[in-house]
Design a protein around this ligand. Structure first.
Ligand code: ATP
Ligand code: MG
Length: 411
């Protein structure tokens, strides 16, 4: 009761409460038009720029492969490959929108589905069907039935159809290549109409999972997207920053730093564009007038922090328990000790412990994710051992794992 009264008194008499002041200054800044961004949307992941520098070859190749559709012939199937952030989706969407603008005649359709976002094989087909004007119930039909309706529509309406499947490796990994097989074999059934496939993937290994007949058909034509060089990223970012920010806000040196940072692993334009957006947000939040190198560094730290939190959150329970065991040794330890700590944590939590061999395997996976360091160290004549150390700041680690109710008892 005392506490409550004290609280009430505070609220009514304390004019120094920080909340209204901060809101006032946010509103004041906005009123005075000191916002740093003039068009934040152009830095959002779904935005497709009007110009895609350094991708002229890919744009022209795709346009050439697909262009026969404009005089009523079936285009070859096409695969687009390249690491993440190399512009595959942006280029595909760009060419499709240009093609769409030409498709006034009817009898031609262009459909785009991201198979990872669609989530299931059924949803991928249902979205394709919808784009052809065929309505498919939310659930209930067999895959064969949905495909049958798609082929019937294409054949009866004599359509030349192009179907782009982005992140196609997701579909193949989760469901195999059965649907692709049916698609690539459909030609005879639907002639003189046609169906051409464009597959997009950042995972080269997915080809190995395809039936050779599917691979030779789907890969009739291939276009590769190499990573961007740091100079190319710089040019891309300079153009983007110019339309996203008020003039003079984003310094050249900050643009260069973003390009260099995004180019360290491989030239990833997504990471580069995310960096300039988040650097702008950091500067905005701190009430700065310009975005400089230090904002970029803080943006990069924030992205790394978010990445680690997200990676931690999505780990299976056993991996989290193993990490907890590692975290019990401030300066690092060996696999044997981690295993003992893991065993006693498993008892406490009430889960069945995995074998030491399996735990070693998971530690190697956690090493790959950058969450622990498992370095081999020499012990002189006694051979070599692995030194295991947590790479996540302890406060981030505790905060994120404590969200998992199963683990709450261990904190
Ligand atoms: N040449 C370019 N010019 C301007 N912006 C680009 C260029 N290439 C890519 N981008 C931008 O970089 C970001 C990532 O590109 P995109 O989504 O096309 O990558 P992706 O190759 O499809 O990656 P993923 O394999 O992860 O799906 C987008 O915001 C896109 O607009
Ligand atoms: Mg993509």
């Amino acid at each position: 009761m005392v506490g409550r009264r004290a609280y009430l008194t505070n609220v009514s008499t304390d004019n120094r409460s920080p909340l209204p002041d901060r809101i006032d200054s946010i509103f004041k800044r906005a009123r005075e038009g000191k916002a740093l961004f003039v068009n934040r949307n152009v830095l959002m992941p779904e935005y497709v720029p009007d110009r895609l520098p350094f991708r002229e070859n890919q744009i022209n190749t795709i346009a050439e492969v697909l262009s026969p559709v404009l005089h009523g012939s079936k285009p070859s199937n096409l695969l687009l490959y390249g690491k993440t952030g190399t512009g595959k989706t942006a280029v595909a969407r760009y060419v499709l929108s240009r093609l769409q603008a030409e498709l006034s005649k009817g009898g031609l359709t262009v459909s785009y589905v991201n198979t990872r976002i669609a989530g299931t094989e059924y949803r991928v087909l249902a979205e394709f069907a919808h784009s052809l004007g065929v309505s498919i119930p939310f659930t209930g039909l067999s895959i064969g039935e949905v495909m049958g309706r798609i082929f019937k529509e294409i054949q009866q309406k004599r359509i030349h159809s192009i179907f782009v499947m982005d992140e196609i490796d997701y579909l193949v990994k989760a469901y195999g290549d059965g649907v692709l097989y049916e698609f690539t074999r459909a030609s005879d059934r639907i002639s003189p109409a046609s169906l051409s496939l464009v597959g997009i993937s950042n995972d080269l290994k997915f080809k190995e999972e395809l039936d050779p007949r599917v691979l030779s058909s789907l890969g009739e034509e291939e276009t590769v997207f190499p990573p961007y060089t740091v100079e190319e990223l710089r040019e891309i970012l300079r153009e983007r920053a110019m339309i996203a920010f008020r003039k003079g806000v984003f310094s050249d040196s900050a643009v260069n730093l973003c390009a260099a940072m995004a180019g360290t692993e491989h030239g990833d334009a997504r990471r580069a564009v995310d960096l300039i957006r988040i650097a702008g947000e950091v500067a905005e939040r701190e009430g700065l007038q310009t975005v400089d190198d230090s904002c970029v560094k803080r943006a990069s730290e924030k992205m790394e922090h978010d990445r680690v939190e997200e990676a931690l959150r999505s780990l299976p329970l056993q991996n989290k328990i193993i990490l907890l065991a590692v975290s019990r040794f401030d300066t690092g330890t060996n696999t044997g000790e981690v295993y003992l700590a893991y065993n006693s944590l498993s008892k406490k939590i009430g889960t069945e412990a995995l074998t030491q061999r399996r735990v070693s395997g998971i530690l190697a996976e956690l090493d790959m994710l950058g969450l622990v360091e498992a370095a081999v160290v020499s012990k002189g004549r006694r051979g070599r051992t692995k030194r295991i150390r947590l790479l996540i700041p302890q406060d981030t680690f505790n905060k994120t794992l404590a969200e998992d109710p199963t683990l709450a008892a261990t904190f």
